[in-house]
Write a protein that binds this ligand. Structure first.
Ligand SMILES: *Cc1c(COP(=O)(O)O)cnc(C)c1O
Length: 413
């Protein structure tokens, strides 16, 4: 991957497909819809099945269009290899399903995307144990580790309250203890931050969000950064030990999760995400600038009770964010003064759309406690710092002044 060192982020993405021969000189890797891949020589088919030579066999385990996207994400994260999944949750589910066994233990940040929180509850009931800790301080992670701990899982900036994990120190701790460090990079994206810098072994990206960027395709990925020594991982099946140790993790995940559970990314979605990713840096520069302007304006208004955005000096982890991330992200959340009803406020917005997604080109807003965090109930919400009136804003690429006016005008209802 010498091209990474030579070229910048966007150039690398734009010219990624061409690094391998493309049919007819196409500039994009075409959408391959064939489910099966045929070979004239049946022995060759057998060798592909046995992993003795590269090639595609059946679309559930791999597809050329999806592979081209996997290569792109590997370059973005400066990793070794990537596997794509049908959604971000399928990627996170694959970590649990392919890598954990009965009696294993996971330490997870308590500040999590709601569905990941729900997934860890499921895992907890299936023989592995998950401890949820305040991961903004490495001491809490360290205190929760047991001899059975296989994985430490954190988000970079937690969705939706924007707490930032003690990323570097947790990385060091995991390295010292030989524990696999899994970082969900969705909220920062590889444009703002590479978890490899802090020692992550596996990186999760929900491609649905900033990487695809247009709210028109679901997808997820896992990238192996190459930093984790898989020979220290006790749960690798013998079948995957025939490969070089650096490949063990991805070989097991591709087989045990993608092949056996089938959360496969379709080629059409992969194409949408690939094209979307070409403008990722341009979109994120604009979205992050808009988010900072909005967060600053709301923080200065006395009708707003609290604003949570890592770009604000008032954010408890502002210093960590400034040190590690090139920008502060496209998402913030805020609480209105008690006498302003959050539903009435949302209904007065003319541009921002009440909808559940993030990383879209359009600005989206959602009353968190009543929607995406409704199922978990008030107690767990309180633990995660989610007030009943919390509004999450995923900031789009609209013109800054239009957004500022929309959020300001809605305050004076
Ligand atoms: C959205 C999201 C996911 C899940 O992605 P889907 O593609 O919606 O399944 C996982 N983690 C974070 C931080 C997210 O924001």
């Amino acid at each position: 991957m010498t091209e990474i060192k030579k070229y910048g982020f966007t150039t690398t993405i734009l010219h990624s497909d061409r690094q391998k021969p493309i049919e007819h000189g196409s500039l994009h890797k075409p959408i391959h819809t064939s489910v099966a891949f045929g070979y004239r020589d049946a022995r060759q088919l057998a060798e592909v099945f046995q992993g003795k030579q590269p090639g595609y066999r059946y679309g559930r385990q791999g597809n050329p269009t999806v592979s081209a996207l996997e290569d792109k994400i590997t370059k973005m994260e400066q990793g070794l290899a990537t596997i794509c999944f049908s959604t971000g949750m399928a990627a996170i589910g694959a970590v649990a399903q392919a890598l954990l066994r009965e009696g294993d233990h996971v330490v997870s940040s308590a500040f999590l995307f709601g569905n990941t929180n729900s997934l860890w509850q499921t895992v907890n009931g299936q023989g592995a144990k998950v401890s949820m800790v305040d991961a903004t301080d490495v001491k809490n992670v360290e205190a929760a580790i047991t001899p059975a701990t296989r994985i430490v899982f954190v988000e970079t900036i937690a969705n939706p309250r924007t707490q930032i994990a003690d990323l570097k120190r947790i990385g060091q701790l995991c390295r010292d203890r030989g524990i696999l460090y899994v970082v969900d990079n969705t909220m920062t994206s590889p444009y703002l931050f590479r978890p490899k810098m802090v020692g992550a072994g596996l990186v999760v990206n929900a491609l649905t969000k900033s990487i695809g960027g247009h709210g028109n395709a679901l997808g997820g990925s896992l990238t192996d950064t190459g930093l984790y020594d898989w020979t220290k991982f006790p749960n690798i099946f013998d079948s995957y030990k025939k490969y070089a140790p650096a490949q063990w993790g991805m070989a097991q995940i591709r087989a045990k999760s993608l092949r056996d559970f089938g959360g496969t990314l379709g080629p059409e979605a992969a194409h949408h995400i690939s094209v979307g990713s070409e403008t990722m840096a341009l979109r994120l520069d604009r979205e992050c600038a808009n988010a900072l302007a909005l967060a600053r304006m709301l923080e200065a208004d006395d009708r707003v009770a609290a604003v949570y955005y890592p770009g604000l000096e008032s954010h408890p982890q502002h210093a960590i964010a400034s040190e590690l991330f090139s920008r502060y992200g496209s998402l913030f959340s805020f609480e209105l003064r008690k006498d302003i009803d959050c539903f009435d406020y949302l209904n007065r917005l003319k541009l921002a759309i009440p909808a559940s997604n993030l990383g879209d080109t359009r600005t989206l807003v959602i009353p968190v406690a009543h929607t995406i965090f409704y199922e978990m109930g008030p107690e767990r919400r309180a633990e995660m710092g989610i007030a009943e009136s919390l509004i999450r804003v995923s900031v789009g690429i609209e013109d800054t002044d239009d957004l500022l006016a929309d959020f300001r005008d809605a305050l004076s209802g």
